[in-house]
Each structure stands twice: as C-alpha cells, then as structure tokens.
Design a protein around this ligand. Structure first.
Ligand code: C2E
Ligand code: MG
Ligand code: MG
Length: 755
C-alpha cells in the first residue's frame, strides 16, 4: 500500500521541484542549499546534507550541508572519499530506497567500517536516501542525528523518498553544469595556448547570433571583445569582406541544413586596417529550442595564403619572362576553345620559335640570351590585344592564343596572318641586349580552331608542325597548318623508322655513275646512294637524304657510304686497270661535313680500307659553306692536304657567293642539271652555264656538267668549253658490279663504249 504523505509534505515536494526546475544553473546551488536546510528542520536532524558520487572516480563528496547551531559541519572532511571504503553502505543503498539506521551501535558486523566512521563523528542515528539516476545511485541525501535515535513513520519515509527523486534530477543537472564549467575553464586555458581563435557560435531561431564563448585572442586580431561578442556576433561577421560574405553565409546555411562540418576561408578586415585571410572550421549541433551551435576554431592564414600564391605563380608562370607557362596555357586554351564554340568565331594558336637563338645564346652568353627572351616576351605582349594570351613554353618557344576572328575560315586566316605579320615585324626590329645590338627573325606556325573538338595537345602539335614548316621554308616565315601537312609529317615519321631499320639490315647500296671527259673517256664516277626498302621499293635519295639530315641519321648513313665507297676504291686499286684510275665522288651533306670529327673519320677509313685519297673526291653543296667560314676553310684545307679533291655540287642553285669561291680551296664546280636540262631552249640557262664555265676557268677550277641526257646538250656544252660530263646520255647510275663491267669494256676502246 502506498503511504500517503501529508498535505503539507506534498506541498513541500511541489515547491521543491518547481523551485529547482525554475532556478537557473548558477542559482541552483543556493536553491538546493535552502531546501536542504528546510528538510533538516522538518526532520529535526542535527545535520542535513547532499552527497554526490563522482562516477568516474567512484568517490563521494558533500556538496551541500546545513547544520543545527553548534554542530560541526562535515563538508570539508567528506570530499573525494572513495566509496569502496563503505561497502556495506553501498550495498544497502543499492537495494533500499531509504536506509534508516536508528542506532549506529547496533550496526551489523559487516558494517564495521561504517560504524567506526559514524562513531568518530559522534553520530547516533542516520537517515540516508539514495539519489538515483538511470537505476544507479549517484548521490545521497543524508540526515545525521547526534543524540536521538531516529525512526521514520511511513508517511515521512514516503516523503523523503519523493524528495530524493526530485533532488536526484537536480543533482544530475548539477553534474552536467559542473562538467560544462570545467569544460569552459579548460577551453579558456587552452585557448590561450591555441594559435587560433576557439569559439562557440550560436544562431537563434529568430536569426540572432552570438558567440557564447570565443577566445580573447579575437580582440587582438579584430579589436572586438569576447564579452561584446557573447551578446552579439554580428560585429565580427560584419568584418568579412563583401566579396566573400555570400559564400560564407552559404556555407553556414549548408552546414545548418545538412548538419555537416562547416569549413571555409574568407578575407576579413583586421583592427590594424589590413586584410587577413581567415580559415574556419566548426561542427554544428542542434539545440532543443531549435537554435544551432557550432564549436570550432579559426586561424589567420594570411602568411600561408601569400606563400600559396607565390607557389601558384611558380607553378603557372615562367619565372624569366613572367609569361604564363605551358600549364596555364593549357587552361587558357581550354577556355578559348569553349569561347570559340559559344561565340562562333575562330581562334588561333600561334607557335613562335626564334631563328638561330642558339647562336646568340652560345656566342654572347646565357644572360644575353635571357635578355633577348624577356624582350621578345614584352614585344609579343605589346603587339597582341588584351584578351589574347602570350605564353612561353621554355627555350625560345613562345605560344600565343589569339581570339575573336570571323567564322569564315579564309577570312579568319587572312586576319590572323595580318596579326602574325605585325608580330614578325615587331620581332625583326633591332634589340639592345645590354649594349649588344642584335637583330633576329622568328619562324611562326599557325593553326586555327573553331567550333570543333580538337584536343589541346593536337592543336599544339599542329601549330608546332606549321612552325617547322616555316623553318623549312627559310626562316622569318609564317605558315599555316593544314591536313596535308599532317599527312606529310606522319609519312616522314614512318620513313625515319624504316631508314633506321635499313641501316641495320643492309638495305642500302651504292650505285656508280660514270663521269667522262670531252673525248668520252671515263675519268671518274659519282657514288649515289640507293635504298631498297621492302615495303616501298626503291627510295630516291632525294626523298630520304633531307630527312636523314634533319633527324641526324645522316651521320650514320654518311659513314656507311664512305666506308662502302672506300672499300670499293681499294678493291679497284688492287684489281688495277681503268677502275683503279677513277676519281670517285662521294656526296657529303652539310651536317656530316661540319662534324668536328669529319676529317679524322675520313683519314681513319682511308687507312682501314687501304684506299688512296687520290681516288677520292668530296662533293659538298653550297649550303655546307653557309656556316662559320673559317671552320669550313680549315676542313677543306685539311682534306686537300691529305690529297682529297673537293667538288662544289649543284652550283648556281644556292647562295653562289663569288667571295667564297676565291677564298676556299676547291677543285671543281658541278653545273646543276637544272641549267643543263634546258640549255638548248632557254637562253637564260645557257647564259648561266656559260658564265659558270667562264668563272671556273678564271678560278682555275674544272667544271662538270651534270644531267647530260642528249647529244645536243653535250655538243652545246662542248662548244661552251666544258670538258667533263655526267648524265644518262653516258650511263645511268649502276650497281657496282655492272659499273665495273661497263668501265672495263669502255676504256680505251671507243667502239665498245655504250655512248
Ligand atoms: P646529286 O649529287 O646532284 O646527284 C646527281 C643526281 O642526278 C643523282 O640523283 C643522279 O641519279 C641524277 N642524274 C644523273 N644523271 C642524270 C640525268 O641525265 N638526268 C637526270 N634527270 N638526272 C640525272 P639521285 O641519285 O637521285 O641523287 C639525288 C641527290 O641525292 C644527289 O644529288 C645528292 O645530293 C643526294 N645523294 C645521293 N647519294 C648521296 C649520298 O651518299 N650522300 C649524300 N649526302 N647525298 C646523296
Ligand atoms: Mg652529287
Ligand atoms: Mg648535283
């Protein structure tokens, strides 16, 4: 049966629960104290107290105490006492809601510890109520009686039980509150050492915002006190830079809606007037009243942002010229492609390479070279419009993105070409490179883009190819990319790899074409390279020699030819007869001729094969002479001192500077077959041939007419005074064995000659 408490006791319980519930956390202490004192009086105890049990440490402490006048308080003595010291009490309170000890003297023997303790305090009788939380005893409401022996009637027992329940809830509240205080204290402590600002930010349902907690450091940075901000957060939020405000609020809103951590960076005005980069992180929580709090921190990351932007500069700009680098160029090109799609107009990618940049760099030094690159960059920037991009890829390669040309391709191409001509003119102007005057030329390659999905790489390689074509066509040129060019390039790549195979697999051979004198007697031969390529048939040297020159393969090819020819010459010497008297011309390309090791290679091969230098003639073209003239002179002198003759091939087609003809040690000029071909029909060609013959005789050089195909041509040349001839009229170039047969039959016996 439930014992009814008295009406008066009932009222007390109501008052207690209302009073505790209504008191704010900081008023709770005194409110609890008041009720404890009143309860003590009601039960006529000498001491009334509240003990809390610290769960983590399992220790007990008196938190509130009210004593009758003259009775010694226990509060200071009972602090952090291990509960384990009172096992009997613990067990009793676990099972009994109210423990009444009428006589301490009569406690059972297993309560020895408790008995001693109570006796020490001169307690005769006790009433103890366990305060429970989720079934566990978390506190004790206690009453000590020093003189009287106390027993409770059933109503009073029920009453203290109800009081215990109400107090239990309040004890819980107090535990949480004290935890918060401790947390806050440690926050204050840590926030001093923390390099950033720690905060708790609260947003009320009505939109009002506060910082219930914010480290004092905020005042140093932003000049706002933590106190002020604890009431209103707005002044701090107002310092966020206008441009960053929208994204900041958006992030807050997103964090609120999705309950995801808030993380952002923004700029804010510091109290010293400068702008700070701030990075903030916090975690949201929703409170019962539907307001939101965020716990987190923010940092001043201005220094880091600055170094980040330095790094970005390094990553996206060329340090020498300050122009965008390849990486940024790709970005800009992607944008330009999208722009061209959207606006339906043409853009152009322009590849610029400085001609002979290596020369100035090598001869005047890298600093001068660098200065040239900087000035070129400036001129390019000044020539194009603001929305165009000028980038440097490295070395002497610059790339421009030009935008906004008409949709009609021919129209666009014409306009782009105009811009590029302006660029070329600007780059042709003399430069002052720290006192050194310099004039240079660029090679310019262009590819257009419009409304299609060509990849960036593809466009770059197209412009690059166009630039190479410009180089090929003689420098200071502007060339456009087209599909035919692409095809040519792919074919060349295939040819190059086949040629490498040819060298390894012995697919090369040397054919010989006879050279005769005015009597028709064989006096020499020209060694002409042949390539029998399995997939291609016979490949003309005119097709693969220029490629071999560009790729550098000419060095190996040239070596192979020299070795093959010299071995042949040596075998003819041994064989004796007309073959041993022939002078064999070997074509040497400019690149091979300029190898520093060229002369010593020839010498070594002469020695290795046993061939005589008297039987060797080196044919070079005029392009080989358009180089450092002193070096050319030296090479020629060395070769001649070894007994080797020098012939200048294709004479009249190249630079034809009479100056070097006088200066260089040469033996022979070969009149290019282009003049011989039309010698009967074109008076100009006839005049040129005649002039070359006159020139040769003046310089005491012999002259050979190439490409003599008819008797008419031969007779005309003979009349002009030419004494050496080569051409199909006498013989086509022949494989070595056939050539040997031809010579042995022809020599001496005019009738047995084929011509
Ligand atoms: P080139 O040195 O001017 O050689 C003469 C070219 O004229 C040869 O062409 C020859 O076959 C051709 N020819 C000879 N007589 C006649 C004729 O009556 N009519 C016509 N239309 N052509 C005639 P080929 O053999 O095709 O060689 C082309 C070029 O390739 C050579 O021009 C030479 O510059 C180069 N070349 C050939 N072999 C070598 C080599 O071993 N090394 C180097 N570096 N270049 C070579
Ligand atoms: Mg030749
Ligand atoms: Mg020739």
């Amino acid at each position: 049966m439930v014992n009814a408490v008295t009406r008066e006791q009932q009222e007390f319980v109501y008052r207690l629960s209302l009073g505790l519930a209504r008191s704010k956390i900081d008023e709770l202490d005194s409110s609890v104290h008041g009720f404890i004192a009143e309860l003590g009086e009601r039960l006529c105890s000498d001491r009334a107290y509240l003990i809390t049990l610290e769960e983590a440490t399992q220790t007990i402490s008196i938190t509130h105490e009210a004593c009758r006048n003259g009775v010694t308080p226990q509060r200071d003595a009972i602090q952090n006492i291990p509960m384990a010291r009172f096992p009997w009490l613990r067990d009793q309170l676990q099972t009994l809601p109210v423990l009444v000890i009428p006589e301490v003297e009569e406690l059972p023997s297993d309560a020895e510890e408790e008995k001693l303790e109570f006796q020490r305090e001169s307690i005769r009788s006790l009433v103890l109520v366990g305060l429970r939380l989720e079934g566990q005893v978390r506190g004790i409401l206690g009453f000590d009686f020093l003189e009287q022996s106390r027993v409770l009637d059933s109503e009073t027992e029920e009453f203290v039980l109800q009081v215990g329940e109400v107090l239990g809830a309040s004890v819980h509240r107090q535990i949480l509150a004290s935890r918060n205080v401790r947390f806050e204290n440690s926050l204050y402590r840590y926030s001093d050492q923390f390099p950033g600002v720690i905060f708790q930010f609260r947003m009320y349902p009505g939109g009002h915002v506060t910082f219930p907690f914010i480290s004092e450091k905020v005042e140093d940075i932003f000049g706002l006190s933590a106190d002020q901000l604890s009431k209103d957060a707005q002044p701090l939020l107002n310092l966020i830079k206008d441009e960053d405000k929208a994204s900041f609020l958006e992030k807050v809103d997103e964090s609120r809606r999705c309950m995801t951590p808030f993380e952002t960076s923004f700029r804010a005005c510091k109290s010293d007037g400068t702008m700070a980069w701030v990075e903030a992180r916090s975690v949201p929580a929703r409170l019962a009243d539907d307001s939101m709090t965020w716990h987190g921190y923010f940092f001043d990351v201005t220094d880091r942002k600055q170094s980040e932007s330095e790094i970005e500069k390094l990553a996206f700009y060329d340090p020498l010229t300050g122009l965008p680098n390849r990486r940024l160029l790709r970005d800009r090109l992607a944008q330009a492609l999208t722009g061209s799609n959207r606006d339906h107009n043409h853009g152009a990618l322009v590849f610029i390479d400085l001609d002979n940049f290596k020369n100035i760099n090598d001869s005047a030094g890298h600093l001068t070279g660098d200065e040239l690159l900087v000035q070129v960059g400036e001129r390019l920037k000044n020539t194009v419009r603001d929305w165009d991009t000028v980038a440097r890829l490295g070395g002497d390669e610059f790339v421009l993105i030009l935008k906004g040309f008409p949709a009609e391709p021919a129209d666009a191409a014409a306009k782009v070409e105009k811009v590029c001509e302006k660029i070329r003119d600007a780059l042709n102007e003399p430069y002052d490179l720290n006192g050194i005057e310099y004039t240079g030329t660029p090679s310019i390659g262009i590819t257009l883009f419009y409304d299609h999905d060509t990849s960036l790489e593809e466009l770059l390689s197209q412009a690059d190819m166009a630039m190479f074509r410009a180089k090929e066509d003689g420098r200071n040129c502007i060339r456009f990319y087209d599909c035919m060019m692409q095809k040519k390039v792919s074919e060349r790549l295939a040819l190059e790899s086949d040629l490498r195979v040819a060298l390894r697999k012995n697919q090369l051979a040397v054919h010989y074409q006879v050279l005769v004198n005015e009597k028709g007697e064989p006096v020499g031969a020209e060694a002409l390279l042949r390539w029998h390529c399995p997939g291609r048939g016979m490949v003309s040297p005119a097709a693969f020699i220029p490629l071999a020159e560009e790729t550098g393969l000419i060095e190996s090819v040239g070596y192979w030819v020299l070795e093959d020819v010299l071995s042949r010459i040596a075998s003819w010497k041994e064989r004796g007869g007309p073959l041993s008297k022939l002078q064999v011309s070997v074509n040497v390309s400019a690149r091979q001729f300029h190898l520093p090791s060229f002369c010593s290679t020839v010498m070594a091969l002469l020695r290795k094969t046993g061939a005589s230098p008297r039987n060797l003639k080196v044919e070079i073209t005029e392009s080989a002479l358009a180089y450092d003239l002193e070096l050319v002179e030296e090479t020629l002198r060395t070769l001649r001192s070894m007994g080797i003759r020098i012939s200048l091939d294709d004479f009249g087609t190249g630079y034809s500077s009479l100056g070097y003809l006088k200066r260089l040690s040469l033996d022979e000029l070969k009149i290019d077959q282009g003049f011989v071909r039309d010698i009967l029909d074109d008076p100009n060609d006839a005049a040129i041939a005649e002039t070359i013959l006159a020139l040769a005789s003046a310089l005491k050089l012999s002259a050979v007419a190439e490409g003599v195909e008819t008797k008419g041509q031969l007779e005309r040349l003979v009349r002009m005074g030419c004494t050496r001839f080569q051409g199909y009229h006498f013989s086509r170039p022949l494989p070595a064995l056939e050539f040997e047969k031809l010579i042995e039959q022809a020599s001496g016996d005019r009738k047995r000659r084929a011509w």
